[in-house]
Design a protein around this ligand. Structure first.
Ligand SMILES: [Cu+2]
Length: 336
C-alpha cells in the first residue's frame, strides 16, 4: 500500500479490526437463535447435513487456497517465465466437468434424504397442533385437546408433534432454529412441520418471512415440557379461571364492557377472534409475541396504547385511563 499515508493505513486497519470484532460478536454458538445446537430429530438431521456441506466446502476451499498460493509464489517475479500453455486437453476437460458433478452429487444425496424426511406424513401418535401466523402474532390450536393459546407453544418432550401451518393474512415463516428448519406459513395452503423435541427447555423462534411493519417483533417461544408437566399445563389451560377479586374484578368489568370482547376470547366471558385468546393469558411469560416480559406494568402500558409499544399493531388504543389499564392488567394477569 505504497499509495497511502500512515494515518490512513492505520484507520483502514482499525476499521478492519472493528469489522472482524463486530462480525465475530454475532457468532455466539449458544445464542437463543443458534442453529448449532439441535434439540429435536429434525434439527439434528439438518445440523448433520450442515456439517457435511461445511466439510466439503472447507476441503475445496483449502485445495483452491493451496494451489492459488503456490501459483502466486511460483510465478511472483515480474520476469518469471510464462508457464507452459495447454489447449484442448480432453482428459483435463472431462476431469474438471466430472469432479464438480461428483461434489454436487455428494451434497445432493444427503440433502434430498433430509428433504424427504422433513416432508414425511406424521405418525399417528403425533400431537396435532394448528399454527396460525397473524400480523404479528402466533396462534396455536390443539384440536384434540380443545386448547387455544398464543405466542407460547407448549409441547411434551419425547412425543412427535405435527404442526399444520396456515394463516389468514400474509405469508409468514415459522422458525425455531433449535427444533427445526423454517417452514413458510402460506394463507390458503396447509404446510406441515413434524418433529420430536427431546430436551425440556424454552426455545426462541421468530417469523422469518417479511410480513409488514412489525415483522421483526413477531417472535415466539416453544416451551418443551416433561410429559407430566405438559399434562399439568393442559389441565390448567382447560380449567375455568377463578372469579377475580379486588382490582382484578373491576378490570373484568371494564374488559367486559369494552371493545376488547369483539376481538378476544376469554372462555366464559367473550368470544372474539381477531386477537390472541386471553383465557390463560396470565400463564404466558411474554407479551405481544415475545416482545416484552409479561408484568403488571407492561400489560397496563399495552392495553392503554399498544401501537406505541408495537409499531403497526392491529390492536387499537381504546382510551382507557391509567387506573382502568392497571385494573384490566390485574384481571388479565390473574387468568392462569
Ligand atoms: Cu410474520
Amino acid at each position: 500500500m505504497s499509495c497511502c499515508r500512515a494515518p490512513i493505513r492505520r484507520l483502514v486497519a482499525s476499521m478492519g479490526a472493528l469489522d472482524v470484532a463486530l462480525g465475530l460478536g454475532g457468532c455466539a454458538r449458544d445464542g437463543p437463535m443458534t442453529t448449532l445446537i439441535a434439540r429435536s430429530d429434525l434439527a439434528r438431521s439438518i445440523l448433520h447435513l450442515y456439517g457435511i456441506i461445511t466439510g466439503v466446502a472447507v476441503a475445496i476451499a483449502l485445495i483452491v487456497a493451496v494451489v492459488l498460493v503456490w501459483i502466486l509464489v511460483r510465478y511472483r517475479g515480474r520476469d518469471a517465465a510464462l508457464p507452459s500453455q495447454t489447449r484442448g486437453h480432453t482428459a483435463l476437460e472431462i476431469g474438471w466437468t466430472i469432479a464438480p458433478a461428483l461434489v454436487l452429487l455428494a451434497i445432493a444425496v444427503p440433502t434430498i434424504q433430509v428433504i424427504f424426511r422433513t416432508q414425511a406424513a406424521p405418525v399417528p401418535a403425533a400431537l396435532e397442533i394448528r399454527v396460525l401466523g397473524h400480523q404479528w402474532w402466533w396462534e396455536f390450536r390443539y384440536p384434540s385437546l380443545d386448547v387455544v393459546t398464543a405466542n407460547e407453544l407448549h409441547v411434551p418432550a419425547g412425543r412427535p408433534v405435527a404442526l399444520t401451518l396456515d394463516g389468514p393474512d400474509v405469508i409468514h415463516s415459522f422458525w425455531v432454529p433449535q427444533l427445526g428448519g423454517k417452514r413458510d406459513v402460506v394463507p390458503g395452503r396447509l404446510n406441515r412441520l413434524t418433529f420430536t423435541p427431546d430436551t425440556p427447555g424454552e426455545y426462541r423462534g421468530q417469523c422469518a418471512e417479511f410480513c409488514g411493519l412489525s415483522h421483526a417483533n413477531m417472535g415466539l417461544r416453544v416451551v418443551v415440557d416433561a410429559p407430566a408437566t405438559f399434562e399439568r399445563w393442559i389441565a390448567a389451560q382447560k380449567a375455568t379461571p377463578a372469579e377475580p377479586t379486588g382490582p382484578a374484578a373491576e378490570g373484568k368489568a371494564i374488559y367486559a364492557r369494552s371493545a376488547c370482547v369483539g376481538c378476544h376470547t376469554i372462555r366464559g366471558v367473550s368470544t372474539g377472534s381477531l386477537g390472541p385468546d386471553l383465557t390463560t393469558f396470565g400463564s404466558r411469560r411474554t407479551l405481544a409475541a415475545g416482545m416484552f416480559p409479561s408484568t403488571a406494568a407492561t400489560v397496563a402500558a399495552w392495553v392503554k396504547d399498544p401501537i406505541a409499544l408495537k409499531p403497526g399493531s392491529k390492536m387499537p388504543a381504546l382510551g382507557l385511563t391509567d387506573d382502568q389499564a392497571r385494573a384490566v392488567a390485574a384481571y388479565l394477569l390473574s387468568l392462569k
